[in-house]
Ligand binder design. Structure first.
Ligand code: TMP
Length: 220
């Protein structure tokens, strides 16, 4: 079987740590997983990421952002995600189309229906089996991200936007999660990393139960 899991969340919500813990848990269960990110995940996507996040590009229009994030995503799906899933592999992505809907839609106010069409086109309709949404107070998330800069963390052009922007993004995520509760797992990110990762694993366990994946890991 294949499995496609996406992590979403505001700045500083701990997605990277959770993806790492899930990768380790899957490895222990005998499953290799491809961990990837957006924007990025391919050489072309990483080039687009550089343009998107460059500090000097403060004049970039929201519509340009939406198109560039979507261009990187189309490459990501076509070159990496879909072929891996077609081979029966597991893919875990740090962000996906929901980021465009939340940041460019709810944050910047671009038309939601238009963005839904654009993201459906860019992904060729590919939807993940599970979206893990790490929910966190916006000010706390930005504070954590600022603290991480010294340890090699990235502070990009999007992080500098006003707190109201980030609040609108969070509201967008919460709304999307409410609209599709079967696909979304909403977790309060203000918990120890291990506690969060146990909750992620429990959901993956349920999704993959029939394949015997969790039996191999011993249910931890
Ligand atoms: P991150 O790698 O630290 O999560 O940063 C990615 C940034 O790009 C983050 O601020 C969210 C933003 N973003 C969008 O605005 N739209 C998108 O479609 C994606 C994938 C990311």
């Amino acid at each position: 079987m294949s499995l496609f899991v996406v992590f979403e969340g505001p700045e500083g919500s701990g997605k990277t740590t959770q993806i790492h813990l899930l990768q380790e848990a899957l490895k222990e269960a005998g499953r290799e997983v491809l961990c990837t990110r957006e924007p990025g995940g391919t050489p072309i996507g990483e080039q687009i990421r550089t343009i998107l996040h460059a500090d000097e590009n403060t004049g970039m229009l929201p519509i340009t952002e939406a198109l560039l994030y979507s261009a990187a995503r189309a490459q990501h799906v076509g070159e990496v995600i879909r072929p891996t899933l077609d081979r029966g592999g597991f893919v875990v992505s740090d962000r996906y189309a929901y980021s465009t809907l939340a940041y460019q839609g709810d944050g910047h106010g671009l038309d939601r229906a238009m963005l839904q069409q654009l993201t459906a086109y860019a992904t060729d309709g590919l939807q993940p089996d599970l979206v893990v949404y790490l929910d966190l107070d916006v000010a706390e998330g930005l504070r954590r991200k600022r603290l991480a800069i010294g340890a090699g963390g990235e502070w990009n052009r999007m992080d500098q936007l006003a707190i109201e922007f980030h609040r609108a993004v969070r509201e967008g995520y919460v709304r999307m999660a409410g609209e599709d509760p079967e696909r979304w797992l909403v977790l309060d990110a203000d918990q120890p990393a291990e506690a969060l990762s146990r909750q992620v694993w429990a959901r993956i366990d349920r999704l993959c139960g029939r394949s015997g994946l969790v039996a191999a890991k011993g249910g931890s």
